[in-house]
Design a binder for this molecule. Structure first.
Ligand SMILES: NC(=O)c1ccc[n+]([C@@H]2O[C@H](COP(=O)([O-])OP(=O)(O)OC[C@H]3O[C@@H](n4cnc5c(N)ncnc54)[C@H](OP(=O)(O)O)[C@@H]3O)[C@@H](O)[C@H]2O)c1
Length: 387
């Protein structure tokens, strides 16, 4: 029986992870759940899974939850420190890190410092501090397993391979809902249109990141640190059907793909059961129902954030942390209707151009860069939204 904590249990990944627990009650026991403020859903999850601890980063929401859970035996913790405590519960073996955004960094690091196996969906942690996170995990012999479908694919393709055999890895991108749209039309795109991902059902932030292709930029940075590959060996191809999740091209020009219908329960389960594979009780369409598969290069003009992310990866140090924060704030501003869709990349470019990166020695270097970028991005957003 594995004892697990789910950080971000009320989100898209968190709910899917709980669906897997529901299918395998003899293999998983939930000991901790954490979210931001959705006390109503967290209350239902606590009553269904009976963890010893539940936490909400929002203290007033935690106070409401604590009242509702009186007498259930579940301890309620409030504030970011409560989420960090949940991430490092002594009883837990494995932590599923599925908080969205930079708020996932400290809880994920706490899980690593507490020697938990981490199933990592929260890609922003790796974008902000990949080198530090992997160094800390390695020094403690802690496994950090990818949940992202592309990296789960690469993880499966690269297991037991020697680095000199690998020519490059190729991440596939659906291209998002705006793939065929002209730049003119993107100017006035609504939040609802940008959120309507054609192949994956996900939370709002990652859906916008998929429409701008920043998500793929982040995934290049993830691949850099998950697989210790130089940036020059990481490529991206547009594959609108989302059936191939990634390729590895070997030096002998063999191209090996990992494929499957786009369903996040598959990579989530892989990271929850690893190193075993478990037979999943889900009905999925057969191979013969696959659509025709197409591949095309991403057009740099249509997806400037892909180029910007590659540059940030090449620069290194604290630059990717600044990229992450600029993106997080700009996407939030777009979702709040303060800026237009095409302002997102323009604001990010401005913030990065104004920044002088430094090396990352400790997590404080990352947090400092994050804070600087938050202030700078907000000033850029205000300038744009006043126009
Ligand atoms: N969805 C996917 O298919 C997918 C695929 C690959 C990778 N990912 C990555 O997985 C992560 C989660 O994505 P998602 O789509 O599941 O997001 P989501 O549906 O928006 O859910 C986000 C979760 O994080 C919680 N949260 C937000 N801020 C928090 C904070 N400060 N402290 C504690 N919890 C907080 C939310 O709680 P509340 O509900 O209370 O706000 C919610 O449980 C992201 O990093 C994303 O890039 C997602």
């Amino acid at each position: 029986m594995q004892k697990i904590v789910i950080l971000g249990s009320t989100g898209s990944i968190g709910k899917n992870a709980l669906n897997i627990v529901r299918c395998f009650p003899d293999q998983f026991q939930v000991v901790g759940l954490a979210a931001q403020s959705n006390y109503a859903l967290l209350e239902r999850q606590v009553k269904a899974f009976r963890p010893s601890v539940a936490s909400l980063a929002d203290k007033s929401a935690a106070a409401i939850l604590a009242k509702r859970l009186q007498g259930t035996g579940t301890e309620v913790l409030g504030g970011p420190e409560g989420v960090i405590e949940t991430a490092s519960l002594p009883a837990a073996d494995r932590v599923i890190s599925a908080i969205v955004g930079s708020a996932g960094l400290l809880p994920t690091l706490a899980a690593i410092y507490a020697n938990k196996t981490v199933a990592l969906a929260n890609k922003e942690t790796i974008v902000m501090a990949g080198e530090l996170v992997m160094r800390e995990a390695k020094s403690r012999n802690v496994a950090v397993l990818p949940v992202d479908s592309e990296h789960s694919a690469l993880f499966q393709l690269l297991e037991n391979r020697k680095s000199h055999e690998i020519k490059r890895v190729i991440l596939t991108a659906s291209g998002g809902p705006l793939l065929r749209l002209s730049e003119q039309k993107k100017k006035t795109i609504s939040q609802k249109e940008a959120l309507a991902h054609p192949t994956w059902k996900m939370g709002p932030k990652i859906s916008i990141d998929s429409a701008t292709l920043m998500n793929k930029g982040f995934e290049m940075i993830e691949a850099r640190w998950f697989f210790d590959l130089p940036e020059s060996q990481i490529d991206v191809v547009i594959h609108p059907q989302s059936i191939v999740h990634s390729f590895v091209e070997f030096v002998d020009r063999s191209l090996i793909a990992q494929m499957g219908f786009p369903d996040m329960r598959i990579p989530i389960a892989y990271a929850m059961f690893h190193p075993h594979r478990e037979s999943l009780p889900f009905k999925l369409p057969d191979l013969t129902a696959f659509p025709s598969l197409t591949f095309e290069p991403p057009k740099p003009k249509s997806f400037p954030l892909l180029t910007i992310a590659r540059e940030a990866l090449q620069t290194g140090g604290t630059m990717p942390a600044v990229l992450n924060r600029a993106n997080e704030s700009a996407v939030a501003a777009f979702l709040e209707k303060r800026i237009g869709f095409l302002d997102i990349h323009k604001i990010i470019r401005k913030v990065l151009d104004a920044y002088s990166p430094s090396p990352i020695n400790t997590v404080d270097d990352v947090l400092l860069a994050d804070r600087w970028a938050g202030l700078k991005t907000e000033r850029c957003i205000q300038t744009v939204s006043r126009k």
